[in-house]
Design a protein around this ligand. Sequence first.
Ligand SMILES: N[C@@H](CCC[C@H](N)C(=O)O)C(=O)O
Length: 275
Amino acid sequence: MNKPISFKKMHGSGNDFILVDNRSMVVPLEKANEVAKILCRRKFGVGADGLILICESEQADFKWYFYNADGSEAEMCGNGGRCAARFAFETGIAGSELSFETLAGIIHASINGKRVKLELPTPEILERELTLDVRDQVITGSFLNTGVPHFVQIVEDVQAVPVYEIGRLIRHHKKFQPQGTNCNFVEIRKENYIVVRTYERGVEDETHACGTGAVASAISCALSMKCVPPITVETWGGEKLKVFFELTQEGVKDVFLEGEAIIVYSGELNGDMIV
Ligand SMILES: N[C@@H](CCC[C@H](N)C(=O)O)C(=O)O
């Protein structure tokens, strides 16, 4: 019988995660991809969009390892980052102004009750206008990296978009191989209010919300001169995220993502599940 492993189940706008204080390496990193798949599997495991392991860092308050539900490791996750920051604060790993190390660089966060504001890495605008042949349609959007890759299409009616079908085709489009992309569909309601639906790479489905996708979508809308920051993003789960940034001649700077990070429950994993 392996020792139980303490964890918290958290969500940021319905993007849900399993978080483990892994400073003593209770989950060996060489097994983490497999463990993520087992634990994130709905109905058989805890069920989540991702697994977050909080480890020691020499450069920041902690270093995280982020895994999607399919076991793939991702460089960054905006909603997961907000949950990790609150987890570290609530468990005494860090104070209310903290930083953590990711594959996308050092991320700074501030905690104010349930609300967490993250400063994201400077986004890369890879293609402002990109046209893709997708089945029998021509789809035009933009391609950005906000920590992870995102394709963004502005649409008239986001509710009418078959996100799973089209998002999946774009995610696997030859243009984005081998790393693939996340794919966002955005409806602009006002110059500072948009509604976003995201097909997520690594979850291989539409999720309730995607933080880096919300940021990519808000920036795309501003680049197309249809929106001005700060921009409120209504997520598919209904909750709202706020995206702050500045557009300059050189590009985008001072990018922040703010919203609630919720602790759903704390529990103990059966250690035998991860051997
Ligand atoms: N849900 C995330 C993004 C997580 C990583 C993504 N699925 C990828 O592999 O690129 C967010 O809130 O940003």
